[in-house]
Design a protein around this ligand. Structure first.
Ligand code: NDP
Length: 246
């Protein structure tokens, strides 16, 4: 049951996070939206609330541990519990290694890896106290399969895969009742390509997405599917993308 679940969503200001927020709120979840662009969060939350749903928001920078703690505190103060967190914030400034875009490498490590760790660290004490919780994360097909231009991005998403799988195993062994779900999307039409500064990579990606890209609503569907599972069941992994993308 999704109804009345309290779900924190990172990267909720656009794309997959926005789609998940609207979908879950539409099914009666109380969503807590985080990202840096607060104006975007506000208009998404207003739309949900005006439609009769429950949504609150807070500016969040996932690279800051205290910012992650703040959003968990906001959820607890507003709703008294947290049932799930969707660790979705990310960026993809892909480029060949030889371009040495070292600032972008750092940024991907900070947001895509440390952002996930910070989110888990912030919510875990609450989940352990509640003796239940659900952690969902957006990896990527780039975390499953290497491709030229995706060395650092793919590496960060591979990290998410490995971390989430170990978390699942440890949670089962420790009996903490914390479930995990990792999502591996292929080409989804969002604002993500805007983070690519390398012209050749950007052009190639734009062509791919123009040919194949599908709606972020499809990722929202699998987030809802995972959250809807009864407590004794975990859906661990979803690989999902355009039917026509090779
Ligand atoms: P968008 O660019 O639309 O969304 C990215 C989100 O991440 C935004 O809400 C952005 O919000 C947020 N974000 C970025 N940096 C930070 C930060 N430091 N702190 C908090 N939030 C941050 O792209 P998508 O919806 O596609 O991306 C969502 C996830 O899906 C990412 O992890 C991406 O890697 C993954 N993914 C996407 C695929 C695709 O084809 N679109 C394929 C595979 C995986 P703001 O700028 O307001 O902070």
């Amino acid at each position: 049951m999704i109804k009345d679940k309290v779900v924190i969503i990172t990267g909720a200001s656009s794309g997959i996070g926005e789609a998940a927020a609207k979908r879950l709120a539409g099914e009666g979840a109380k969503v807590v939206l985080g990202a840096r662009r607060e104006d975007r969060l506000k208009s998404i939350a207003d739309e949900i609330v005006n439609g009769g749903g429950h949504a609150i928001h807070r500016a969040l920078d996932v690279t800051s541990r205290s910012s992650n703690e703040d959003i968990v505190r906001l959820a607890m103060d507003a709703f008294g519990r947290v049932d799930a967190i969707f660790l979705n914030a990310g960026l993809m400034p892909s480029s060949p290694v030889s371009a040495l875009k070292t600032d972008e490498w750092d940024r991907m490590v900070d947001v895509n890896i440390k952002g996930v760790l910070n989110g888990v660290a912030a919510v875990m004490p609450t989940f352990l106290k509640q003796k239940s919780g659900h952690i969902l994360a957006t990896s990527s097909v780039a975390g499953l399969k290497a491709y030229p231009g995706g060395a650092v991005y793919g590496g960060t998403k591979w990290f998410v895969r490995d971390f989430m799988e170990v978390l699942r195993m440890e949670s089962a062994m420790e009996g903490t009742n914390i479930r995990t779900a990792t999502i591996y999307p292929a080409a989804i039409n969002t604002e993500l390509l805007g983070t690519i500064s390398d012209q050749q990579t950007a052009d190639a990606m734009k062509g791919l997405y123009a040919n194949f890209g599908i709606s972020p609503d499809r990722i929202a569907d699998v987030v809802a599917f995972a959250l809807d599972m009864p407590e004794d069941t975990t859906v661990n992994e979803f690989t999902i993308g355009p039917a026509r993308q090779p």
